[in-house]
Design a protein around this ligand. Structure first.
Ligand code: ARG
Length: 459
């Protein structure tokens, strides 16, 4: 069935028909579409635009269509133009004329805007729940690793010692921001567009407030032209998802590095690794690599959406049908990635000894050597120079700074004494970084408390 046959005398070319059909992907909106239509029918009845009995009949049959689809007894026709057409034609098949009144004062343009907003809101809720799960896992791991010392890196070169808890809580912050961003996006998505018609609203006395309430929206859209041509919420959603993927991808990159023989900081569980068809010894971090790879796919969706929208004159244009696959794919990808990542993270084992030993190398205490000299009265620049010379000397000798004798130290500065050795131990280096946001046990205890409180508030 076509919803627009009257004006046409010729048939749509068969291939063009397939080309413009969106049923293959928008069929997943059946539930949102039907729920939207049930509320719409109820409102039409209440407003006396259709008879109450007709409204009731429509609602009953829409409910049955929904059940039939869900049970699998009604197959969504792959030849339909889109999900809106399919549902409406089913309704007309079942109840005839009453079904033909459902679309009074409505356009597929405001209908699809509604469906997409309902879908995005639902996806945001699901994704936020997954993020909360991950935040919980991160916090748990952080609590268990406040005394696990590891090297912190800049330029992927060992820089200064930190703790594993500090490192993990860095990701907690990233995913916390992701959560907040998605909540913000949800607020802007939570606006009900029905009543905008095709573009210029409608002359029927629709009750938009009723629709808003019935469909669980916070507000109604303010401008009908904007309402049918706005896909900001889709773009913002996929943009939020891109950041989620970017954060997952960075973490994955670290897990990949950490699981190498060179780092050996972690062992990924067998449940989240794969082998090689030729090299019997291999254990590959495929899941982490795939998440990293799929990040590109989500960015692609974002770039696609932005580009699709950039040249569109007001208001609705068919280009906008292209929003769906991008949004659906991004949401699916993020959900899978978050789930897999969470499982992988919760089952991996940290090689604490190896992390500690790694923190001892690479002169990660050189800053603290300089800071010690500053306490003895030197300017930081003078102290930096001396510490640098000591590092150079120690590299040549292939020893750590704290393995240099007092005599060797004194060659660079007379200020050195025995207290130097304790001051540059990795434990001390961490303990003295006690500012809010730093790795010291005291600062970490506070950070963990704050994180805990945050989770309690959003749960
Ligand atoms: N399948 C269409 C979409 O996703 C529904 C809206 C069609 N509206 C129209 N005027 N052709 O955008």
């Amino acid at each position: 069935m076509k919803l627009w046959g009257g004006r046409f005398s010729g048939q749509t070319d068969e291939y063009a028909n397939k080309f413009h059909s969106s049923i293959a992907f928008d069929k997943r909106l059946y539930k949102h579409d039907i729920n939207g239509s049930m509320a719409y029918a109820e409102m039409l009845g209440r407003q006396g635009i259709i008879k109450n009995e007709e409204a009731a009949l429509i609602i009953k049959n829409l409910q049955e269509i929904l059940c039939d689809i869900e049970k699998g007894t009604l197959e969504i026709d792959p030849a339909a133009e889109d999900i809106h057409t399919f549902v409406e034609s089913q309704l007309v098949t079942r109840i005839g004329d009453a079904g033909k009144r459902l679309h009074t004062g409505r356009s597929r343009n405001d209908q699809v805007a509604l469906d997409m907003r309902m879908y995005v809101k639902e996806e945001i809720d699901g994704i936020c729940a997954l993020i909360v799960r991950l935040l919980e896992a991160l916090l748990e791991a952080a609590k268990n690793s406040t005394d696990v010392i590891m090297p912190g890196f800049t330029h992927l070169q060992k820089a200064q010692p930190v703790t594993l808890a500090h490192h993990i809580l860095a990701y907690f912050e990233m995913f916390r921001r992701d959560y907040e961003r998605l909540r913000g996006c949800r607020k802007r998505t939570d606006v009900m567009p029905l009543g905008s018609g095709a573009l210029a609203s409608t002359s029927y006395p629709l009750d938009r407030q009723f629709l808003k309430e019935r469909l669980g929206f916070a507000d109604i859209t303010a401008n009908s032209l904007d309402a049918v041509s706005d896909r900001d919420f889709c773009i913002e959603f996929v943009s939020c998802l891109s950041l989620v993927m970017m954060h997952l991808s960075r973490f994955c990159e670290e897990l990949i590095l950490w699981s190498t023989d060179a780092f050996a900081f972690i062992e990924i569980s067998d449940c989240y690794a794969t082998g090689s068809s030729i090299m019997p010894q291999k254990k590959n971090p495929d899941m982490a690599e795939l998440i990293r790879g799929k990040t590109g796919r989500v960015y692609g969706s974002l770039a696609g959406l932005l580009t699709m929208m950039k040249g569109l004159p007001l208001s609705y244009n068919k280009d906008m049908q292209e929003d769906k696959e991008a949004v659906f794919d991004a949401a699916d990808t993020v959900k899978m990635s978050l789930s897999v990542f969470c499982g992988m993270f919760q089952t991996l084992e940290f090689n604490i000894k190896r992390m500690y030993e790694s923190a001892l190398g690479g002169y990660t205490n050189a800053t603290d050597a300089a800071d010690w000299l500053v306490k003895k009265g030197l300017t930081f620049r003078e102290a930096h120079e001396i510490a640098g010379k000591l590092v150079l000397y120690a590299i040549k000798k292939n020893v750590r700074l704290e393995e240099l004798t007092l005599q060797e130290l004194k060659k660079e500065s007379e200020l050195f004494d025995d207290t130097f050795y304790e001051a540059v131990s990795v434990e001390k280096c961490i303990e003295v970084r006690a500012l809010p946001g730093g790795p010291s046990p005291a600062a970490m205890a506070q950070a963990i408390k704050d994180a805990q409180k945050y989770l309690e508030n959003i749960r």
